[in-house]
Ligand binder design. Structure first.
Ligand code: UTP
Length: 293
């Protein structure tokens, strides 16, 4: 089994119904936080963690994502002519080596597990990272991204790993919830995992957020195509079935997670990122203080 993780899957096939009407014809993953689409934050986080192959699982109406990661020759030519060097540098910096980005159509939004399974032929007998772009994780000032932290922890443990954080008990029905085992530093052994339990049935308040490292056995489980909560093929169900077969840990990351699939989380992310920007922080602070009066 390789100990280096070089591939990441970005499931972007969801419908984004919580963000209508904005997501009717525009992918939710293209919503910008300040001036960068959510999907670009996720791709940059993956690249920082050593990922060199990027696999997007898309759906109908998501072609804006493919265009975003390709050259726009007309735009680049115009930027050159107008001496807009910053803009040119920004659009060129995001280009990846030709052949390192793949797009797969999910065909139907049958759940996150189904989306990940659609990438199976691109991931053979090797571990793979999965990043959900709508879970935006802002690193601490000067700190490492969430996936980079997880990859470092995974080197010792192998198996499956999920990013995790504590959530209020009343919110457990929005998350995969962990039955925790022994904890050491940021790692907690996963003894059980259940998708979206009601607060009274949740085994804990330790919730999975959108970063995963999967070992190949998970794909064999996904092959069963079993439907779970919401009649969707859930990644949590396949992960739960691997308990006892492969090491399984959750990782409490440092950083702040924003649920950008929700309107409130998206607004909070925009404010948090703007506040930490050199070019905007002062002005947005002054404006926010004015509002609070
Ligand atoms: P969500 O649970 O946020 O679902 O998916 P959604 O459909 O995107 O959004 P809402 O709830 O209707 O507003 C979590 C992640 O899984 C991907 C989504 O794109 C998102 O990144 N996903 C979900 C798929 O790729 N395919 C699916 O069938 C479902």
């Amino acid at each position: 089994m390789p100990t280096k993780i070089t591939k990441a899957i970005f499931p972007v096939g969801g419908l984004g119904t919580r963000f209508l009407p904005a997501t009717k014809s525009m992918p939710k993953e293209m919503l910008p936080v300040v001036d960068k689409p959510l999907i670009q934050y996720a791709v940059e986080e993956a690249a920082e963690a050593g990922i060199t192959e990027f696999i997007f699982v898309t759906g109908r109406g998501k072609t804006a994502i493919e265009d975003h990661f390709d050259h726009s020759t007309e735009l680049e030519d115009t930027l050159i002519k107008r001496d807009k060097n910053d803009g040119l540098a920004a659009v060129r910096a995001m280009m990846h080596t030709p052949g390192s980005v793949a797009y797969i159509r999910q065909q139907e939004p049958a759940g996150l597990g189904h989306a990940i399974w659609c990438a199976r032929h691109y991931v053979k007998d090797e571990p793979v990272a999965v990043l959900l772009a709508d879970d935006l994780i802002k690193p601490e000032q000067g700190g490492k991204g969430c996936l980079k932290q997880m990859v470092a922890a995974w080197q010792d443990k192998g198996g499956n790993m999920v990013a995790a954080m504590e959530v209020p008990r009343e919110n457990t029905s929005s998350y995969g919830i962990i039955t925790p085992g022994a904890s050491h530093a940021n790692l907690t052994e996963v003894k059980g995992l259940v998708e979206k339990p009601s607060p009274d049935k949740a085994p804990s308040t330790l919730a999975v957020v959108g970063r995963y490292i999967l070992e190949p056995g998970v794909f064999a489980e996904l092959d069963q195509m079993e439907r779970g909560t919401g009649d969707e093929i859930q990644i949590t169900d396949s992960l739960a079935r691997r308990i006892g077969e492969a090491p399984f840990f959750s990782y409490r990351f440092s950083g702040t997670r924003f649920d950008c699939g929700s309107k409130l989380g998206f607004l909070q992310a925009n404010i948090a990122y703007a506040l930490s920007r050199d070019d905007l922080g002062e002005d947005i602070t002054t404006w926010l203080k004015g509002l609070a009066l």
